[in-house]
Design a protein around this ligand. Structure first.
Ligand code: PEP
Ligand code: MN
Length: 347
């Protein structure tokens, strides 16, 4: 249920509503919009609210039920789009944000070379896995804490906030120490303990869609994070399993406008995992931005043929520069902005 306060209601009124909700056994989530403040009442038996006298308070305009199973994530709860700040980079604002970096941090030279190239080309966030969820236990599993240290070094040198995956609840404190945004990977989208753990950090979270997850299941996963009080969640469409074998996954671009209608959270698209083939990445990045994505996340490697993971879907720095240019043109065509290449001090 949403409790909508009348315009002009102040802090004391909000606190009174929260106090009353908590006394009834509800969780209370306050959302201050441009026009109105609303309080989401989550949990227990909603019929209690009808008899609670809340609606009779002079500063309460109305009580509105949220019909979707996801509550805090829904557009009904917050009609303005959420802007998630990853340090100084806003996701969900006017700018289309390009996130780029290698699939995995493989070593210092590889990471710094990639970070410099993507920073110069106009990427705003650096991605790279230190803990890698691999299908085979014999495949490269990531550099772990050393990989996190290298990401932090790249951030200091090139000024790009860092997004990296965390795979287990017990790793959250370590990864949160280094990362600016925590990635929950497709394979962990329904690891509910992990979702709660990243929710408790208050750090921005990039929540990838599960390999076979419906949009509703994905949004319910986001609800776990918001239910811990962390509203800094960005959804990432990365392709789903279908009968099609020509591409690694089927990039579900329907999900972009669907999610935009159903939720207030930003959504980005990962055409690297979505297609599995480098020569499909730029066309699908353009399409994602045309469909309304708030950003794209792409894998870049200086020598894709030598990559320890996901080489076939990784762009070279030259091809990445081209992607940024084309994504920028589409962004402007749909009334959005996009970062241009940057001049960095010589390194
Ligand atoms: C990744 O982004 O490195 C990754 C492993 O992606 P996904 O979880 O979408 O497979
Ligand atoms: Mn990858």
């Amino acid at each position: 249920m949403i409790i909508v306060l009348r315009p002009g209601s102040g802090q004391a009124e909000v606190e009174e509503v929260v106090r009353r909700l908590e006394a009834l056994g509800f969780g209370a989530h306050v959302s201050r919009g441009a026009q109105r403040t609303v309080v989401g009442a989550i949990g227990a038996d909603e019929s209690l609210l009808a008899e609670s006298g809340l609606e009779a308070l002079p500063y309460v305009e109305k009580l509105v039920p949220i019909l979707q199973p996801f509550k805090l994530v829904s557009r009904e709860f917050r009609s303005d789009g959420t802007v998630v700040m990853v340090r100084d980079v806003p996701l969900g604002g006017e700018e289309v944000v390009v996130i780029a970096g290698p699939c995995a941090v493989e070593g210092r030279e590889q990471l710094l070379e990639t970070a410099e190239a993507v920073a110069r080309a106009g990427a705003r966030l650096l991605r790279g896995g230190a803990f890698k969820p691999r299908t085979s236990p014999y495949a490269f599993q990531g550099l772990e804490e050393e990989g996190l240290r290298l990401l932090a070094e790249a951030r200091e040198r090139f000024g790009l906030p860092v997004v990296t995956e965390v795979m287990a609840p017990e790793q959250v404190p370590l990864v949160a120490e280094y990362a600016d945004m925590l990635q929950v990977g497709a394979r962990n989208m329904q690891n509910f303990y992990l979702l709660r753990a990243v929710g408790r950090t208050g750090k921005p979270v990039l929540l990838k869609r599960g390999l076979s997850a419906t949009i509703k299941e994905w949004l319910m996963a986001a609800e776990y994070i918001l239910s811990e009080g962390n509203y800094q969640v960005v959804l990432c469409e990365r392709g789903i399993r279908t009968f099609e074998t020509e591409t690694r996954n089927t990039l579900d671009l329907n999900a972009v406008p669907v999610v935009k209608q159903l939720t207030h959270l930003p959504v980005v698209v990962d055409p690297s995992h979505g297609t599995g083939r480098w020569n499909l990445v730029t066309p699908m990045a353009r399409a994602a931005v045309a469909a309304g994505a708030d950003g794209v996340a792409v894998e870049v490697h200086p020598r894709p043929e030598e990559a320890l993971s996901d080489g076939p879907q990784s762009l070279t720095p030259d091809r990445f520069r081209q992607l940024v240019e084309e994504v920028g043109a589409v962004a402007r065509a749909v009334g959005r902005a996009c970062a241009a290449p940057r001049a960095l001090a010589a390194s």
